[in-house]
Design a protein around this ligand. Structure first.
Ligand SMILES: C[S@@+](CC[C@H](N)C(=O)[O-])C[C@H]1O[C@@H](n2cnc3c(N)ncnc32)[C@H](O)[C@@H]1O
Length: 276
């Protein structure tokens, strides 16, 4: 039996401090990344209204911060990693979206006592912050709900266990059968389950994620994987991307299929949109 792993905020912030600029590139490096960016952004476009006061949790370098400012929100940016927060400020100043940002706070989402109850119209927690807090996921989500006003919207995405196995199969094949079984069963990538990996996180099943959201009394409006159809298409996708009508058709198909319940567990990430 692997030893139980506990959430370690220092470990997470060190990882993301060292990750630096790579975090800014995370959703634009490959065509698959761009599809994931598109799917996440579509939910923001569908539910965000101009003028909303919005909290972004685990914002990192600001890929979504920029989009939220372009949607005319007033954004409070937060992250556990000092390095990512500094990068967010730098990108905002360099790329001209700092005027839409109310403030930058370094904090751990497990304790957001610096914000009042019900202070935000929406909370965005994209790219897995809830996957990094392991046994504190209920507490961290509870904090997001506390600062959200009644009727407010919670946008989130977490890592998906089956989707990750699907997308990254070659990189788990070097592990022993016992290690693979333990990771797939527990959803946990830790120093004990995968000693060569430095990216520790909990990967969810869709039902487990729905249960977590519902324990915090959130009403789930939408769910989606990111991505499904084209996740293993490799270089073929580059060719599709060069032809705008074909690329747009692929984005439309991904959006349709990823939202089908049968596909929720198939992407590297699981997206949920909820109302408090
Ligand atoms: C993979 S990045 C995602 C960034 C961005 N939201 C996106 O989707 O592109 C995850 C971010 O969550 C932050 N994070 C992890 N655990 C956190 C916590 N407990 N409180 C606040 N931020 C956290 C990390 O520092 C990192 O910047």
């Amino acid at each position: 039996m692997p030893k139980e792993y506990k959430y370690d905020p220092e470990d997470v912030s060190r990882f993301f401090d060292e990750h630096g600029e790579k975090e800014w590139e995370r959703l634009v490096r490959t065509p698959q990344d761009r599809i994931s960016l598109h799917l996440h952004t579509e939910f923001l476009r569908e539910h965000v209204e101009p003028g909303m006061k919005l909290l972004e949790v685990g914002a990192a370098a600001g890929r979504f911060t920029r989009i939220l400012v372009e949607l005319n929100c007033r954004v409070t940016v937060t992250d556990l990693s000092e390095g990512q927060l500094a990068l967010n400020r730098k990108k905002a100043e360099e790329l001209g979206f700092a005027s839409g940002i109310e403030d930058w706070h370094r904090l751990d989402m497990c304790d957001m006592a610096c914000f009042l109850d019900g202070d935000f119209d929406a909370v965005v927690c994209y790219g897995g912050p809830l996957s990094y807090v392991f046994e504190k996921a209920d507490q961290a989500l509870g904090e997001c709900c506390r600062v959200l006003k009644n009727g407010g919207i919670f946008f989130s995405s977490v890592m998906s266990v089956w989707g990750a196995a699907h997308a990254f199969l070659p990189s788990i094949m070097y592990l022993t059968s016992d290690q693979i079984d333990t990771i797939l069963e527990s959803g946990d990538v830790t120093p004990h389950t995968d000693p060569n990996n430095k990216h520790f996180c909990h990967m969810f099943r869709s039902q487990e994620y729905r249960d977590l959201l519902e324990r915090s009394h959130l009403h789930i409006l939408d769910m989606s994987s990111a991505n499904f159809l084209s996740v293993n298409m490799g270089e073929q996708l580059e060719k599709i991307m060069e032809i705008p009508p074909n690329w747009n058709e692929l984005l439309r198909l991904e959006k349709e299929t990823c939202r089908q319940p049968g596909c929720w567990d198939t992407g590297t990430h699981l997206i949920a949109v909820c109302r408090k």
